[in-house]
Design a protein around this ligand. Structure first.
Ligand code: ASP
Length: 489
């Protein structure tokens, strides 16, 4: 019996998680005494690695003892929260640690590297696929009026669903109060994040939409720039019309067919990629930090689940008149890959393939809504920004923030989600602007760093799910007509 792809991916994911947890359980603790081959000035060193804390101690040439600790919960005075911070504050301690990480971390690192090959393949096809798919979609359009309608309906959908996601996030956090239910402390957060102002971030987005060199944008995988240039190029091809349009349309169609076939071949590797990425995540994560942040994670996860399983399905049901569950089943390979890769951009080739081949939505809609959505429509990220900042506010002030501040958080969370790239941890980086809007120091986000990867997996699936739901809605509200082209031959 031949298993369907989504079952294979699910099995890969579960097996990977189980194996990773076993690896973590068995091999996450290691105590190593280093006596020889040490860096200059170090006589002897001891590294105690566990899934929750890392302790690096050494004796220098004068016989003095030194110690550095990495504790993601922030509860160790003088400790740092990540290995990256350790490298910044004490490069020597980081160098010593690199010589003796636990076996679980070593296994995790290799699984990430090999699973990363699958993500590289997806990234390899994403830019050519966006160009081919978007130009086929636009060149096959029945007229400029459909494009305009589709454009405004798509933007309206993006803003409306992200807004609903943020409201859900705020409601859930006000009910669960994760920041008032924890023993976590804030004062040792060490995260170094470069602050960006809101206007600066938005202006950068607008600038990205006008690439000074479209070829450089293609070379750098700048999705938004590639999308805007491909749109312009296709619209002006429609205006030129005649033989040129016929040839360009043929070229776009042919390239699209080739890219879809290549993508389908890569997708066959998804179960293995997902398997390895799940081992990486579960083998390297500590348990203690999860319990310390349990209420916060519960708030994010329940908000995301509500949005994905209640709000979006209702929208699909009412506006697209489709069964949300059938759509979810059809899109499951993409959703599961989004979960394990934590990247909407990397998942995009699968999303395009699934929506056309498994959900039967027209390429004329999906080629526009999906690439744009993977860059700017991020319901999961928007919800997460709102919950995280409200949580940090509860921790900092020992009380809930007032309504004005919550409104400021809602608005900036929306803009932060638009500005976030579809790559792992992008939402965390964008959080700086939401924290600033709430008058909170950006260093405070150090407290949630340790669990960001897991939450990223959930929010990325919701980001992709919202793009898929949006595609079905737009496809029904602005149906692709088959009439002849404006400016056509
Ligand atoms: N990883 C998310 C995505 O690719 C963005 C985020 O970090 O929230 O959609």
């Amino acid at each position: 019996m031949k298993l369907e792809l989504h079952w294979k991916i699910l099995i890969g994911m579960v097996l990977g998680a189980v194996l990773g947890i076993a690896v973590n359980w068995q091999w996450s603790t290691r105590v190593t005494e280093l006596q020889s081959g040490l860096p200059a000035g170090v006589q002897q060193a001891t590294i105690r690695d566990s899934s929750d804390t890392i302790q690096v101690s050494w004796i220098d040439e004068l016989g003095e003892e030194h110690e550095r600790i990495v504790d993601p919960t922030g509860n160790t005075p003088g400790g740092v929260m990540t290995v990256d911070d350790l490298a910044k504050t004490s490069p020597l301690a980081a160098e010593l640690y690199e010589r003796a990480p636990s076996r679980a971390k070593q296994i995790g690192k290799w699984c990430k590297r090999i699973g990363g090959l699958f993500l590289r393949m997806l990234q390899m096809v994403s830019v050519p696929l966006i160009i081919a798919s978007l130009s086929t979609g636009i060149l096959g359009m029945s007229g400029a009026s459909r494009f305009k309608k589709m454009f405004s309906a798509t933007l309206a959908y993006y803003v409306a669903t992200s807004g609903l996601a943020i409201l859900t996030g705020l409601a859930v956090t006000n009910i669960i109060n994760p920041g008032l239910n924890t023993s976590l402390k804030l004062d040792v957060a060490q995260a170094q994040v470069h602050p960006a102002t809101l206007t600066e971030t938005l202006m950068q987005q607008v600038e990205t939409m006008i690439p000074t060199n479209p070829f450089a944008a293609i070379a750098n995988s700048a999705f938004l720039s590639v999308i805007s240039f491909t749109l312009l190029f296709s619209i002006f091809t429609l205006k030129v019309g005649g033989e040129a349009l016929v040839r360009m349309r043929q070229l776009a169609d042919d390239s699209f067919q080739v890219m879809m076939l290549l993508t389908a071949a890569i997708i066959g590797l998804a179960p293995y990629g997902v398997f390895l990425l799940m081992i990486y995540v579960t083998a390297t994560q500590g348990i203690a930090v999860f319990s310390a942040l349990a209420w916060y994670m519960l708030a994010v996860a329940s908000g995301l689940l509500f949005h994905a399983l209640v709000t979006l399905p209702i929208i699909v049901w009412v506006l697209a008149r489709r069964s949300p569950w059938a759509l979810m089943k059809a899109m499951s390979p993409a959703l599961l890959t989004a979960f394990s890769s934590a990247s909407s951009n990397a998942t995009l080739p699968l999303t395009i393939n699934n929506i056309e081949k498994r959900a039967g939505v027209s390429n004329r809609t999906s080629s526009f809504v999906l690439p744009l959505g993977s860059t700017i429509n991020m319901d999961g990220t928007a919800l997460y920004e709102a919950v995280a900042v409200l949580f940090i506010g509860q921790l900092a002030f020992g009380a809930n923030m007032d309504l004005t501040q919550q409104i400021a958080i809602a608005l900036t969370a929306l803009l932060a989600s638009i500005g976030a790239a579809g790559i792992p941890h992008a939402g965390l980086v964008m959080m700086a602007i939401v924290l600033q809007a709430a008058n909170l120091p950006i260093e405070y986000q150090g407290i949630i760093l340790a669990v960001d990867r897991v939450l990223d997996m959930f929010r990325t699936s919701v980001n992709v799910w919202s793009d898929c739901c949006g595609t079905t809605v737009i496809d029904r509200l602005v149906p692709p007509a088959t009439a002849s082209l404006d400016g056509g031959p």
